[in-house]
Structure formats: C-alpha cells, structure tokens
Design a binder for this molecule. Structure first.
Ligand code: XUL
Ligand code: CO
Length: 438
C-alpha cells in the first residue's frame, strides 16, 4: 500500500515536557480519567471534507494545499486515494471515527444514478479498508447545500422536484451510513433558511423540513439504523435566517413536530458563538433537555465573526465543554473535528499538527474538567445558591403546593426580602484558574 504521509511517523503520547512537534503532550489514549480511558471519553473523528477535500479555497483566493494524493481530482481514482490517505492519517493519529457528506466521498455526477453507483463502489472500498482496523463511521450526512438545485434549501425548497432530490440523497447517505456502521446521521440545514419574507412561507417550509426528517427516520429505522439522528444548529451562513438557529430553537422545532425521540443535537462550537452564545451554553441547553448527542469540535475567531472552523486551541472552552459532557454522562456520538487548517498552513505536516492540537486541547479540557468536578467547589456553590428552595416556602414552590395568593401574603409579611446572596463570579473564576494552572 502506498504511503502518503512519508515524513510522518505514528503519533504517540510523550507528555507535557516533550518538544517533539509530532507527539501528543496531553492526549494519552489509555490514561484513566474518572474511571474511563481517555479514548472512551473522547471518541475523536476526522471530518472527510476538511481534511481530505478542502485545500484552502476561500472567497478571495484559490487552493494553497495539494490534496490530490497523487491522483487526478474529480475521478474515482482520486476518491480512492482519499480513502487510502484518510485511513493512513487516522491510523497514524489513533483516530477511530470519521464523518462524511456523500459528495466528500465521490465526485457528484450529472445523473444521480451514477453518483449512487460511485457511492456504492467507494463504500465497498471503505468497508474493505475498515477490516482489520478499529476505525468506524461516527456519522454520515448528505450535502444538500452546494449543488445549485438547493439554492432555496432542501426540505425547505419551493420546488417539489428538488425536495425529491433531497430525499434521494438522504436515502442514499443513510444507506451508506448504515453500511459503514455509523453511530449517527446529521442534518445540517445549510440553506434551510430564507433571504426575505417577501417570498417565503415560513410555516410551510418548516413543515416540509419536518416532513423530510420524518421520512428519513421512517426509512432509517426500516433499514436497521438504530443510532441517533442529529440536527446541527447554526444561526446563519449561508442563509441569514436559519430555522435551526441554536440548541433551544432546534429543540423547540423537534418537539413541535414530534421528532424529539429520534433526534438529538450535534453542537458545533463555532455555530454556538455565531448565535451569540458560548459553546458551553448550547451544550448545557442540549444536555438539560436530554438532547446532547454529538459535538463538532472547532472554534471561531471572535475578531472575524464568521464560521472560521479553526482547530480548537482554547483550553478554557474545551474545559467547559468537557465539564458539560462529563456531567451529562458522555455522548452517544463523538468529537468530530469540523475544523480546517488555516490557509497558509498548507503542508501535510500541518494536517497532523492541527489534529495533535485539537486532540491535546480536548484531552487537557477533559483533565481539567475532571479536576473541577473532583474539586467540588463549583458544584457546592451552585447547590448552596438555591438552598432557599429546599425548605419552607421555597420547597412549597418547587413541589407546587402553593398559590400566588399564599406567596403574595408571605411577601407582605416579610415586608422586604434580604438580597439574594452574592453570585461570587470572580471567586468562582479564580477557582477555575487555580484548577487550570496548579
Ligand atoms: C457547516 C458545518 C457542516 C456540517 C455538516 O457549518 O458545520 O460541515 O457539520 O454538514
Ligand atoms: Co459542523
């Protein structure tokens, strides 16, 4: 088998003092954290599109990286070379999952029958490559945003014919996901939003998106897909007004249309910040609703304010993410690096540096989140903060054994309440710093 990354050895853990750029400093796959090895806490996945396809083209310039892997782009030989390169990449890093869109795997043909034939061929090839490795599919999805037919959306399109093409792609992507043993199936509604209300029937479009999702669930279950479906919320880009703005909006949508039993959320850090939230906020909202399924691990650039999909470097954010994940008892999905190297980081070494950075950042996040939980001061503070609801009138409010009139009489008797107690934000932040840097 041809080796693609000839200058790169298998990447191992060498510890925080190592200066070897091709070694993990914090990700130690078998190290036990809170009773489980790191690799079980952190099912990392490679995003086929960024790692094997994207080569640096942006709105202002063309490719900087060479992702031909020795084959002519747009051919099945290239599609197979990407599989070979991808498996070598994952094996060298000890990554056990991958995520894909249909058209990341093969070049799309003019006729969907030919695209599907290519998908059959490549998924046979991937399946063969999976034999003898512990690499599996984390989730699959259909790209229903790049092709011009989806200019007005997929489920939300005004054209019934286009809706049928969306259905056909979802059906095939589900087939491939099941064939590759995928844990989940993602709907990211790239163009499921609108540009202007002057031409849009919002209610009609939302009903149709839900219809497409129901049809997908029905079909998926019929072919033996037992995993979770996910919505991946995002507030904008490419559309201005997307229907899956953030976790709370997506949960409301799933409940309204009776999809909440089959769906969870795939929360992406950079999407949460685009929605004006923190990553941790959208994770918490998902978790408290029993909807935290999977994570697209990346970070945005607050100075740019668009979806920059950077490899995660911010250890505070990763710590707060892992704090939520540990509290939620883990993910049914995993951590997909929906991240790309910066355009000037165009070499093959950079691909490895990027994943080492991302995996180490989340390993550090895991270690520090476990330390915060074991430290216990944050949990204790939150518990104490609501103590007034555990006895007396507070307990009655919680148990529902009171009336507005009783509460009003209670307030009148008090005359004026004491202030509710300091929030102690600065003190709590100093605990976080102490645990992070001790
Ligand atoms: C786009 C994005 C997608 C989804 C899958 O912002 O995050 O790559 O993860 O379609
Ligand atoms: Co994503």
């Amino acid at each position: 088998m041809k080796e693609f990354f000839t200058s790169i050895p298998a990447i191992h853990y060498e510890g925080p003092n190592s200066k070897n750029p091709l070694a993990f400093k914090f990700y130690d796959a078998d190290k036990i954290v809170m009773g489980k090895p790191m690799k079980k806490h952190l099912p990392f996945a490679m995003a086929w599109w960024h790692n094997l396809c994207a080569a640096g083209t942006d709105m202002f310039g063309r490719d900087t990286a060479d992702k031909s892997f020795g084959a002519e782009k747009g051919t099945m030989a290239h599609a197979k070379a990407k599989v070979d390169a991808g498996f070598e990449f994952m094996q060298k890093l000890g990554i056990r999952y991958f995520c894909f869109h249909d058209v990341d795997l093969v070049p799309e043909a003019d006729d969907i029958k030919e695209t599907n034939r290519r998908l059959d061929e490549i998924s046979d090839y991937i399946l063969e490559k999976m034999q003898g490795t512990d690499i599996k599919c984390l989730w699959g999805t259909a790209n229903m945003f790049s092709n011009p037919r989806f200019m007005n959306g997929a489920g939300s399109t005004n054209s019934a014919d286009v809706f049928c093409f969306a259905a056909a792609q979802v059906k095939k992507a589900l087939d491939i996901t099941v064939k590759l043993g995928g844990r989940g199936y993602v709907f990211w509604g790239g163009r499921e939003g609108y540009e202007t209300l002057l031409n849009t029937d919002v209610k009609f479009e939302q009903e149709n998106i839900a219809k497409l999702m129901h049809l997908a669930v029905e079909y998926g279950r019929s072919i033996g897909f037992t995993g979770d479906f996910y919505i991946e919320p995002k507030p904008k880009e490419p559309m201005k007004h997307q229907y899956d703005f953030d976790a709370a909006t997506a949960i409301g949508f799933l409940r309204q249309y009776g999809l909440d039993k089959d769906f969870k959320l795939n929360i992406e850090a950079n999407h949460a910040t685009l929605a004006g939230h923190t990553f941790q906020h959208d994770l918490r909202i998902s978790a408290i609703n029993g909807m935290l399924g999977s994570i697209d691990a990346n970070q945005g650039d607050m100075l740019l304010g668009w979806d920059t999909d950077e490899f995660p470097f911010n250890v505070y954010d990763a710590t707060m993410c892992m704090y939520e994940v540990l509290k939620a008892g883990g993910l049914t999905g995993g951590f997909n690096f929906d991240s790309k190297t910066r355009r000037p980081s165009y070499t093959m070494e950079d691909m490895f540096h990027a994943y080492i950075l991302g995996m180490d950042t989340f390993a550090l996040g895991l270690i520090k989140a476990a330390a915060l939980i074991e430290d216990g001061r944050l949990d204790k503070f939150v518990e104490d903060r609501y103590a007034s609801y555990r006895t007396g009138i507070g307990a009655k409010i919680r148990s529902g054994e009171t009336t507005l009139a009783e509460l009003a009489a209670y307030a009148e008797k008090l005359g004026a309440p004491e202030l509710p107690g300091s929030g102690r934000q600065e003190y709590l932040e100093s605990i976080v710093n102490q645990v992070m840097f001790n």
